[in-house]
Design a protein around this ligand. Structure first.
Ligand code: NDP
Ligand code: 0GV
Length: 239
């Protein structure tokens, strides 16, 4: 009898997992055709590659980062790859007025928004915590508060389109790891804000999805987190 109970509990667990984790709709590239998307931190790395994928699928893309020359090149490539339209706006995400203006620009250019991809990440060190509170504050502005600011600004458009918010986080935003204190702080903050907001959307029947993308090391050949120490957790290729 005890064995039967255990088997039934295990079966129930499997059924619940299948129910909650099975997507209702299978992904098809056509689903992104004509979608209006903002991608932050798209002058290099993962953001740049996401812009190319969306361009291939025929989306309208508005990309942002600080370095205008790089953004221009990414936009040119997006247009060649088949983007429905491609624009860039340069600026720094430590400035909340700029963060808001990116969303307003999408509204002006596209007349609405289907997807907000928050991906940018500010410069930090990869070493034991040095006690620099100003650095933590500045990194929170760039990696966290600008994400919140853009989300708040974009919500009316996303509610109207039944759109999506994608937040690029990290394994270091789920588990405390050494040598990444300021960075990890900002990524944990993202989890707190967006996971909590997702629950509120569910309760309030807000038709906007929130995806927190928890990724581990990806060698983009272009990493902006610079090594200053011999106490490396792992070997990473820095410039
Ligand atoms: N690569 C990896 O191993 C991992 C990455 N991640 C996450 O993936 C995301 C992308 O990382 P990755 O592609 O590696 O990083 P990159 O360093 O290649 O790209 C970072 C992007 O953010 C932009 N950026 C930097 N500072 C600012 C700023 N102050 N204002 C506006 N934009 C800024 C950069 O452009 P510019 O300098 O022109 O402003 C660049 O476009 C990040 O959220 C990161 O935390 C998570 C886990 C692992
Ligand atoms: C203990 C193991 C089970 C898993 C260990 C995972 C470790 C190796 C993973 C988890 C989070 C990862 C870092 C990250 O999130 C973001 C960046 C920024 C990028 O510009 C340079 C790489 C860097 C530092 C990643 C380095 C590798 C980290 C520490």
């Amino acid at each position: 009898m005890a064995l039967l109970n255990k088997a039934l509990i295990a079966l129930l667990g499997i059924l619940l997992a299948v129910y909650f984790y099975s997507g209702k709709e299978e992904f098809k590239p056509e689903m992104l055709k004509g979608k209006r998307v903002i991608i932050t931190g798209a002058s290099s790395g993962i953001g740049e590659q996401m812009a190319y994928h969306l361009a291939r699928m025929g989306s309208h893309v508005l990309i942002t980062a600080r370095t205008e020359e790089k953004l221009k090149k990414v936009i040119e490539k997006c247009s060649k790859l088949g983007a429905a339209s491609a624009y860039y706006i340069p600026g720094s995400m430590d400035n909340m007025t700029f963060a808001k203006s990116v969303v307003h620009e999408a509204e002006r250019l596209f007349g609405g928004l289907d997807m907000l991809i928050l991906n940018h990440v500010g410069f930090t060190y990869f070493n034991f915590f040095d006690g620099d509170v100003d650095h933590v504050r500045n990194l929170l502005e760039i990696n966290f508060l600008s994400y919140v600011t853009m989300t708040v600004e974009a919500l009316p458009m996303l509610k109207a389109s039944g759109g999506n918010i994608v937040v690029v986080s990290s394994f270091a935003g789920k588990v405390g790891l050494p040598l990444t204190v300021p960075y990890s702080t900002t990524k944990f903050a993202l989890d707190g804000f967006f996971s909590s907001l997702r629950m509120e959307f569910y309760q309030q029947k807000v038709n906007v999805s929130i995806t927190l993308s928890v990724i581990s090391y990806i060698d983009t050949g272009n990493n902006n987190l610079h090594a200053k120490s011999n106490n490396m957790l792992l070997t990473v290729n820095y410039e």
